[in-house]
Structure formats: structure tokens, C-alpha cells
Design a protein around this ligand. Structure first.
Ligand SMILES: [Zn+2]
Length: 369
């Protein structure tokens, strides 16, 4: 088994400092001191929980793997022992009642709706009694189709074509044989395509599917599979929560207003139809500062959602003031237990150091693809 250091790189200064704080045994004391003056809501953001595969044979995006199962269990045990895990609907109830959240409140969330959330994460959460919210892109649960960004990575890794030509991104490069080099190219494409509007992104991916004869419509790869509605219902019956992550996982702020509002409304209607509890929680797909704006927030509120998460790194000192754009703390697969513990205890110092966007880009940092 090869760990993801090869894709994420070795932990930087935060990771090493986090491990140091953890091994010193002082972390919990520092957390308690911090709780005297800071009562912020921490929301952890996961995508996939699965064993780390060998990058040389794995055919999808490694960066969506947040943590392997054993580490996930340790992380949830830590939350249970040192923090107050809370359902996001209970956070909504506290905000509505004007009540302060208890110190060290942590909410656990997942984006997209991969089936490993059902197979691997849910049983661990159930066993430990830790609540969590799963934000799913409803169209993918309806169709079973692989997620578009992940499929794009898959195509770039496996295509027989020797060139990648994407005029809309100013990309025209040879495709080397080595998978590691192709992964780097795919990562660059994912980063740059976030500047296209949502339909432009879809058109680009569909053009490659046609050119390379790799249609996602008929593909059901086991390594890139959404959960089913039956699985979601089973999870809900066990006490886990669901929220919207759009219908097609499109960047809502980069859609025409009518289409954006339809994505928000239809994702809620589908969740309300398929599950028992009404959907009141939203996570904006992609979630960086280009993925939502005031119009998206208004549409989210008007559709009946009562709280929404972004993918902007940070905690929430006053969640009532940004309940439709809450910050989250991403969990990444190269965080050892020390770094994870330090990030939770001292998030401002230890959260994942994300690369800033290009100088022409926005100043707020997002956490991941
Ligand atoms: Zn997503």
C-alpha cells in the first residue's frame, strides 16, 4: 500500500508543529485554555473514507480520499472524547432559539455522496454514536453516474490519446505515459477549469468523453460510485443526516440564475421525496468563494434550507451571522493523528495549508477541489 504522500506531499510546518504539540501531551490543556475565550463551531469536511490505494494503479482522483478507515475511527474517537459532536440540525435549532453553542462543538460532514460513505464511514459513526451530515448531489444518486470531476481525472489518466487539448483553458500539452505525471496534469486542469462557467465545464468534459470514446453515462466503476437512495434511507434510519450538494454538482454561482435556482429547488424536492426528514442543510458544490454568492444564498434560503456550508477553511466564531456560508475544516489523507488532533484543538494555527489561487484569483482560500 502506498500512502498519499506522493500526491499531497509531506506535511509542512503545520503538520510537523501539530505532531510536536500532540506528542508533547499539552494539546488538550491548550484546547481547554482556548475554550475559555473562543467558542467557535468547528465543522469537519470529508469526501471519501477508504483504504489508500496504490497511485500507480488507481484510476480516479486520490485527493478526494480524506482518510483511510482506521484513521477515521481514531478521529471519531478523539472527537467523542475531547469535543462535543453535534448534529447540524441541532445547531440550527440552537441558532433559532438564540442559544450559544457549547464550547468545543464539532459537526462532521461529508460532500458528494460516494458509496464508501455508506460502506465504511457510516458503520464507524454508528458504532461510536457520532452524528454526521452527508451532503449528496441528488442527480448522481438518481443516475448512479460517476462524478464529473472524478471522471475527468479518470479519462486523463487512461486515455490512449497522446495529447490533451483544452483551448478553453489554454492547455495543449503532450500526455506522458507515467501516471504520476498525468495526475499532475489532471490536478492542474481541475484547478483551472473552476474559472469556466458551469455549463462550460460540463461541455468540456462531455467533449473529451466523445473525443476519447469514454462515456460516463454507461460507466459504473466500482471505485467511483455514488451511494443509492436505499443506502441513504438506511443511513437516515440509523440517525445520520442528509443535505443537498446540488443536483449535478455544478458551481451554483457560475450558472445562469434560473438554472441555479432550479438546482437548489430540485435537489431539495428530491431529498424531501426520497428521505423521511425534510432537507434543511446545504453544502455548495466546490464551495470556494467563486462557487456561491448573494444570489445563491438567497435561493438557498428561499428554497427552505436553514443552514449552508462553504468549503472555505476556518471555524465559525459567530455561526448565526454566517449560517448560509459556514466555514469548514477539511480533513486530508496526509494528516497523521497528531496533525489532525492539533488541527481540531487549535484550528487557526493548524488547519490544512492550502495553496493560494493565482494572483488574478480571489483572496479567500478554498480547501480542495
Ligand atoms: Zn463536492
Amino acid at each position: 500500500m502506498v500512502n498519499s504522500m506522493s500526491t499531497r506531499g509531506a506535511p509542512g510546518i503545520r503538520g510537523r508543529l501539530g505532531e510536536l504539540c500532540y506528542s508533547s501531551g499539552l494539546l488538550h490543556s491548550l484546547q481547554r485554555v482556548r475554550a475559555w475565550w473562543q467558542r467557535d463551531l468547528r465543522i469537519l469536511a470529508y469526501h471519501r473514507v477508504m483504504p489508500l490505494p496504490d497511485p500507480s494503479t488507481y484510476e480516479f482522483d486520490l485527493e478526494l480520499i480524506s482518510t483511510p478507515p482506521a484513521e477515521f475511527r481514531e478521529q471519531m474517537m478523539r472527537i467523542k472524547r475531547y469535543f462535543r459532536p453535534m448534529r447540524l440540525t441541532d445547531v440550527v435549532a440552537a441558532l433559532d432559539a438564540g442559544e450559544a453553542l457549547p464550547p468545543d462543538t464539532v459537526a462532521v460532514t461529508f460532500d458528494d455522496g460516494y458509496d464508501d460513505n455508506y460502506r465504511i464511514a457510516a458503520p464507524i459513526l454508528d458504532e461510536l454514536g457520532v452524528p454526521a451530515t452527508f451532503f449528496v448531489s441528488t442527480g448522481h444518486l438518481d443516475s448512479g453516474r460517476p462524478y464529473a470531476y472524478d471522471w475527468l481525472v479518470h479519462m486523463i489518466l487512461l486515455t490512449a490519446s497522446q495529447r490533451l487539448v483544452l483551448p478553453e483553458l489554454g492547455i495543449d500539452v503532450p500526455l506522458p505515459r507515467e501516471r504520476a505525471l498525468r495526475r499532475r496534469i489532471a490536478g492542474n486542469v481541475l484547478l483551472r477549469m473552476k474559472w469556466l462557467d458551469a455549463f462550460g465545464q460540463t461541455a468540456m468534459i462531455e467533449r473529451l468523453e466523445a473525443e476519447w470514446n469514454m462515456p460516463s453515462a454507461s460507466a459504473r466503476p466500482v471505485d467511483c460510485r455514488p451511494m443509492t437512495w436505499a443506502q441513504a434511507r438506511e443511513m437516515e434510519a440509523a440517525g445520520l443526516e442528509f443535505g443537498s450538494h446540488g443536483v449535478h454538482h455544478r458551481m451554483l454561482a457560475r450558472l445562469p440564475v434560473d438554472d441555479m435556482e432550479r438546482e437548489v429547488r430540485e435537489s431539495k424536492a428530491t431529498l424531501d421525496r426520497e428521505l423521511r426528514n425534510p432537507a434543511v442543510l446545504m453544502s455548495y458544490p466546490v464551495g470556494g468563494d467563486r462557487a456561491y454568492n448573494d444570489a445563491v444564498i438567497a435561493a438557498t434560503r428561499n428554497a427552505g434550507f436553514q443552514l449552508a456550508c462553504s468549503y472555505i477553511c476556518g471555524t465559525n466564531a459567530e455561526p448565526s451571522e454566517n449560517r448560509y456560508a459556514l466555514h469548514r475544516l477539511p480533513v486530508e489523507s496526509n494528516m497523521g493523528p497528531g496533525w489532525f488532533a492539533a488541527m481540531l484543538a487549535l484550528p487557526q494555527l493548524m488547519s490544512y495549508p492550502t495553496a493560494p489561487h493565482q494572483s488574478t484569483g480571489p483572496t479567500v482560500q478554498t480547501c480542495s477541489p
